[in-house]
Design a binder for this molecule. Sequence first.
Ligand code: AMP
Ligand code: TRP
Length: 341
Amino acid sequence: MSDRRISGFKPTGPLQLGNYVGAIRPVVEGQDRPTTVFVADLHALTVPHDPRRLRELSLQVAGLLLAAGVDPARAVLYRQSDLPAHAELHYLLECVASYGEAHRMIQFKEKGGGSGTRLSLLTYPVLMAADILLHDIAEVPVGRDQRQHVELTRDLALRFNERHGPVFTVPRATHPAVAARLADLADPTAKMGKTNTSANGVLFLLDPPDVLRRKVMRAVTDMGGEVAYDPDTKPGVSNLLEILAVATGGDPVRIARDYPNYGTLKSGVADAVIALLEPLQRRYYALTEDDIEEALALGAERAAERADATVRRVREAMGLTSGRRAPAGTRATPETAPAPR
Ligand code: AMP
Ligand code: TRP
């Protein structure tokens, strides 16, 4: 049984605290198990993008993953577009997934719809399934918003295995116990996201300390002045308590008792977030572009081996040539030659 884990990060904007608590930290903390982490740059093409900015953000995301503790000696860290296998398996899985299935995905319903919407936004969950299934993954540490996509991945893996034989490991999603869906500080009903319309409620990992403090001090709170953890009736305050809990390692219900009012709570959150991000920022600014590119190149090499082997198995199971019946005039290479029976 595989105990491999994978997580991906879209370079559509600078990484924010929700990414950190929802996925980066769980990934870093579990690196004693085989771990794959990648910059999901192909996913960033599903919405209007600027090529130069995409290139910069991809490097920044990789650098922040390294600064947050992804260890390239243990984990495989790479850039998705460096491995053609993602695009190939994506297409093959589009021939397993249905239109209805893709259309039902919440993220498409939220972001898509207009006739100018890129077609890739509709099919993007299938690309995500390909990302995961390429690597024999057991567990996908992600924020709660990605749960539906991992469910789709499971459905596709099971359907494929039933139709074509046992090729794929069937993965499951895991979420952190606290802060699986961090909310925007300025709108506690919305998810904190790197592309939210206003940056006021988003704590970016590279925000300077004074900016972090200002955003926290202006966070929207709730009616009544009592500090208590109750996400249904006190979403703003509960979100602040969750941030404090993940930053200090405590429990949000217990932490609430330490703060007599909203003002002291906000100061506590600001201090904790600044202390949490300070070492990460220091490590990030000490990295050079060459350090990052070097780590990505090493990762791509290591990731390609397993990914290419998976694609070969899938091609064969689906009835595509795999070298066994190469057209006349082509020669089998050592990679494509049939294994001895
Ligand atoms: P993305 O920014 O969409 O590329 O997300 C990368 C990872 O961060 C995914 O696992 C998301 O589920 C996770 N994530 C993003 N925003 C949040 C949030 N506000 N709370 C928890 N996890 C999040
Ligand atoms: N779709 C994810 C997001 O928007 C990013 C992602 C792409 C991912 N491929 C993945 C996450 C594979 C985990 C595993 O956040």
